[in-house]
Design a protein around this ligand. Structure first.
Ligand SMILES: Cc1ncc(COP(=O)(O)O)c(C=O)c1O
Length: 388
């Protein structure tokens, strides 16, 4: 059994999650429950593989080995029923850098790109920093879960002549695991108007039964013609610092354009530890992941129970996947700045402000529960304390 209960001191480890809170908020003793990495040690075989590579002592340039392709193909087949050919697999240092490359490869400055609201903040940044036009489609709430507003999206696609959609599948911050039929309806809409889909599937392995993840490209045989998939082992296995991700592109024309963008940006050589860690995670990670999901689900249930009994003003969106919980603080009727101030200065706890995910995120916060139970309970008590 993996020791997910062990509390490690991550302070002074050069961790973005732990060591940047003081600089960001100017306070000591803040408890970070924000940036999406986990406070758990990585799986031992992954750490051993990284050590073995370091022990070779010579760390020269290194291409992706066949064994890595095989590990990825096997993982995708076993876990996602997705048969992917070797030639369709490309690598990059991260999903976000790949979003930027995809925008450069498939659109022109000024083109309209559609994203959901709320959604992972770098989606908006990467569109704007590439001088494309950002269009947001607000998600609706149905039975306390986000759903897509396809009718409104269709109007926006026509009005703005949208060229590309960046999909978050599963959805961060709402934890929605889009169903096959939702993705099918969404994909048909995109196909109808020639909108290319970039599907960010970095959370694809963090799914709670009975929910089932579906690779967008796999929904219908025609979807691979107008979509590319971005994913990684780094989120699943808590390896964000090794910087490695994959791009699956089945359409040869789309692949050629992406590779050209990679070459223009000299983004076609990857950190050797990224390759090694990804391969070891996919080869040896099945049981670790199973145990992780049990632990994360318990943490989510703990949050639900705590809010019900101790802080019923705060409503949570029950995640179907991811280790992130979208919390609604609107009952307190505070501005976003006041809400943030209360959590930081009164509660001494750091969550991601909902407003950073888009206008629809106002009066919300995103909570990261990938931590030992002891840390989680401390965090929940601090949130409660913020409103005393
Ligand atoms: C939806 C989503 N995409 C991408 C990333 C980051 O990916 P990378 O570190 O590979 O750039 C995250 C990290 O939280 C994420 O939630």
């Amino acid at each position: 059994m993996v020791e997910f209960d062990t509390v490690y001191n991550r302070c002074n480890t050069n961790s973005s999650k732990w060591d940047s809170v003081k600089d960001t908020y100017g306070e000591d003793d803040l408890l970070p429950m924000w940036i999406a990495d986990m406070d758990f040690k990585a799986n031992l075989p992954v750490l051993d593989a990284l050590k073995k590579t370091a022990e070779q002592g010579i760390l020269g340039y290194s291409p992706a080995p066949d064994s890595l392709y095989e590990a990825i193909q096997s993982w995708q087949k076993r876990h996602h029923d997705y048969l992917i050919s070797k030639e369709a697999i490309l690598f990059n240092s991260g999903v976000v850098p790949s979003l930027s490359l995809a925008i450069q490869a498939y659109t022109e400055p000024g083109d309209a790109i559609l994203i959901h609201d709320p959604v992972y903040p770098p989606f908006a940044k990467v569109v704007e920093q590439n001088n494309r036009k950002l269009v947001r489609s607000q998600l609706l709430i149905d039975h306390e879960h986000f759903v897509m507003d396809l009718e409104k999206m269709e109007k926006q696609i026509i009005a703005e002549n949208v060229r590309l959609f960046i999909l978050c599948n599963p959805h961060n911050p709402g934890g929605r695991v889009w169903t096959k039929s939702e993705l099918e309806a969404f994909g048909k809409l995109c196909a109808k108007y020639d909108v290319l889909v970039i599907s960010d599937e970095i959370h694809q392995d963090l799914i709670f039964a009975p929910h089932v993840f579906t690779t967008f490209t796999n929904v219908h045989p025609t979807f691979k013609e107008f979509s590319i998939t971005l994913t990684a082992a780094t989120k699943t296995f808590n390896l964000a610092g090794i910087k490695n991700s994959m791009i699956f592109i089945e359409n040869p024309d789309l692949r050629k354009k992406f590779v050209a963008a990679q070459e223009r940006n000299f983004q076609n050589e990857i950190n050797v530890f990224g390759y090694v860690g990804t391969q070891a995670a996919y080869q040896h990670g099945d049981i670790w992941l199973e145990e992780l999901l049990v632990y994360l689900k318990e943490n989510i249930d703990t949050v639900s129970e705590f809010l019900k009994t101790e802080l019923s003003e705060v409503k949570m969106m029950h995640p179907e996947g991811t280790y992130l919980i979208w919390l609604d603080f609107s009952a307190f009727n505070l501005t976003d700045a006041q809400l943030q101030k209360q959590l930081i200065h009164k509660g001494k706890v750091v969550l991601n402000p909902g407003i950073s995910f888009g206008p629809k995120g106002t009066q919300h916060m995103r909570l990261n529960v990938a931590c030992p139970k002891e840390t989680l309970l401390e965090g929940l008590n601090r949130i409660k304390q913020s409103f005393k």
